[in-house]
Design a protein around this ligand. Structure first.
Ligand code: 5AD
Length: 366
């Protein structure tokens, strides 16, 4: 059992786990071993469809918050949604992730019925699992969507520090967020949560607490991304404390999370890949293509086991800009092939057609 103090020093890179016979960083090697005990060499792929960039929230870090009046807003048409989901099914996918801002037209009463009908129709297209990431909806939408066939829900707690949570999320509290996450678990969803790393106002102890909270919530999925400043978001003017600003920290956080949460599905996030690619291009490595996936491959070596591939309609992708520089160039089918090749070259097997359900707790109890 890893405790808080040890975790902090692992995250700082100060302590190494004992592994006299290992070459390289023992934290990363241990995490990679834990990953392969649970999942072998499989990488689960999910098809991501971004439904809407309308949002009623004002999360201080996010580029699609209600404060951003310069952003063109879109909401997907049903026909385009079903086309994207069929395209994913044709590529072999069995899981789609439906993500959106907290759009009143989707999370209000009428909208939640529309989303329920979309879930039913998607499941008729050969998709076995539907994951939702639509924010905190009104009324009984979560149970309505579950009844309609939704299997999984992603709702990050973003930070486990209540004061920081409050400062970043006007009108909301960490307590309310955790209550929603608990409700998702009660309703029988596979539940994903997670956090942002490298936020203004964040300390390394906060990040350690985030990892411990992931463990305590017994999550099925854990999304961990670096905070990327968006020029239109209020937080972008604030500086990031040095102790959480290093580019290696995110990998240590992923590895530590894998050690504490061995059975969780942990994605190599798009934000991580975006940051890595942005850093490479500003350091003069211009020609690097978006299929490179170096940041994501590194995350896989640190314990991640899932990658989401964007199947959103090409015409709306640039509008779904939670942070700058997100790659939007490759169609889902092209990105899938590129990822399969890249992961195979790195010794993994991209299992596009695997439903990728969360392992049950007893499977990995060791
Ligand atoms: N940088 C990185 N991740 C972000 N998210 C939102 N804005 C940003 C940003 N500027 C993340 C949040 C949210 C997820 C969908 O995207 O953690 O939960």
């Amino acid at each position: 059992v890893i405790e808080k103090r040890e975790l902090v020093s692992l995250l700082r890179g100060a302590t190494n786990l004992q592994a006299a016979d290992c070459v390289g960083d023992a934290l990363f090697l241990r995490a990679a071993n834990t990953r392969s005990r649970a999942y072998g060499d499989a990488i689960y792929l999910r098809a991501l469809i971004e439904l809407s960039n309308f949002c009623r929230r004002r999360c201080a870090y996010c580029g699609i918050g209600a404060f951003n009046r310069d952003l063109g807003r879109y909401r997907i048409q049903e026909a385009a949604l079903l086309a994207a989901s069929k395209e994913a099914a044709a590529c072999g996918y069995r899981t789609v992730v439906l993500q959106a801002g907290e759009d009143p037209e989707l999370v209000g009463k009428a909208g939640s019925r529309l989303v329920a009908s979309w879930i039913r129709r998607i499941k008729e297209t050969g998709i076995a699992r539907v994951t939702l990431s639509l924010g905190a909806p009104d009324g009984d939408a979560l149970s309505r969507w579950r009844d309609a066939g939704a299997d999984r829900y992603l709702m990050r707690f973003e930070t486990s520090n209540p004061a920081l949570y409050g400062a970043l999320h006007p009108g909301d509290s960490l307590r309310a967020r955790l209550r929603d996450i608990e409700r998702l678990q009660t309703l029988g969803y596979e539940v994903g949560s997670g956090m942002l790393v490298g936020l203004p106002g964040q300390r390394i102890e906060d990040v350690a607490n985030d990892v411990l909270l992931c463990r305590d919530l017994d999550l099925d999925m854990i999304g961990i991304g670096p905070y990327l400043p968006h020029p239109a978001a209020p937080l972008s003017s604030k500086s990031v404390p040095k102790e959480v600003s290093g580019s290696e920290l995110i990998y240590r956080v992923i590895a530590a999370t894998r050690l504490l949460c061995p059975r969780a599905n942990i994605p190599a996030t798009t934000a991580l890949e975006t940051r890595d690619r942005t850093a490479a291009s500003s350091s003069g490595d211009r020609a690097r293509p978006s299929v490179d996936a170096a940041g994501q491959l590194r995350a896989l070596r640190c314990g991640a086991n899932v990658i989401m591939i964007n199947f959103s309609p090409q015409s709306v992708r640039r509008l779904y800009a939670l942070y700058p520089n997100k790659a939007t160039d490759l169609a889902g089918s092209e990105a899938t092939i590129a990822l399969e090749n890249r992961t195979a070259a790195a010794g993994y097997r991209a299992a596009v057609d695997h439903v990728g359900d969360a392992l049950r707790p007893q499977v990995d109890a060791r």
